[in-house]
Design a protein around this ligand. Structure first.
Ligand code: ADP
Ligand code: MG
Length: 148
């Protein structure tokens, strides 16, 4: 297991970190984003999606109400989930979301705890933490060595 810790000092830095990481990811894969409200999950997802698909970070919006937004350019795809409002893992299955794990693109999942039993064991887990300084975040990336 590979663990990397990074501290960012602004939302721009978190987007840049996400962009660089996103560009290195090999599809298909699942990336989980864990952290409390305001920890920076959506901000990091903006960077990741820019790095994966090539769309501008500003065009990425939180899928809080629709639960999933799909980004697609050329042959690259990212599926951005926000499962905050999901009450049971079965809902994820009923919505047909499980199919995205085998569609060939990269799934990015905020509030992945909501579907813990459905997550593939091979995944990239990213945890974000508020720090004492209000614009700092600690970002911990955990995955198998061969995935990054
Ligand atoms: P979440 O999706 O985890 O609820 P968001 O990404 O929507 O969090 O919000 C994070 C908030 O924190 C944004 O308002 C962002 O501007 C702010 N912020 C301040 N510093 C940082 C940082 N270093 N990284 C990410 N976001 C930051
Ligand atoms: Mg969010």
């Amino acid at each position: 297991m590979d663990r990397r810790i990074t501290i960012t000092s602004s939302n721009e830095e978190t987007i840049t970190f996400g962009r660089e990481l996103g560009a290195r990811l090999q599809a298909p894969c699942v990336v989980t984003l864990v952290g409390e409200l305001g920890a920076g999950k959506t901000t990091l997802a903006k960077g990741l999606i820019h790095g994966i698909v090539g769309v501008a970070a500003e065009t990425v919006t939180s899928p809080t109400f629709v639960m999933m937004n799909l980004y697609q350019k050329n042959d690259k795809e990212a599926y951005h989930f926000d499962l905050y409002r999901m009450k049971h893992p079965d809902e994820f299955v009923w919505q047909g979301f499980l199919d995205y794990f085998s569609r060939g693109g990269i799934s990015i999942i905020e509030w992945s705890e909501r579907i813990a039993p459905l997550l593939p064991e091979e995944r990239i887990e990213i945890e974000l933490f508020h720090q004492e300084c209000s614009d700092q975040r600690k970002i911990c990336v955990k995955c198998h060595e061969r995935m990054l």
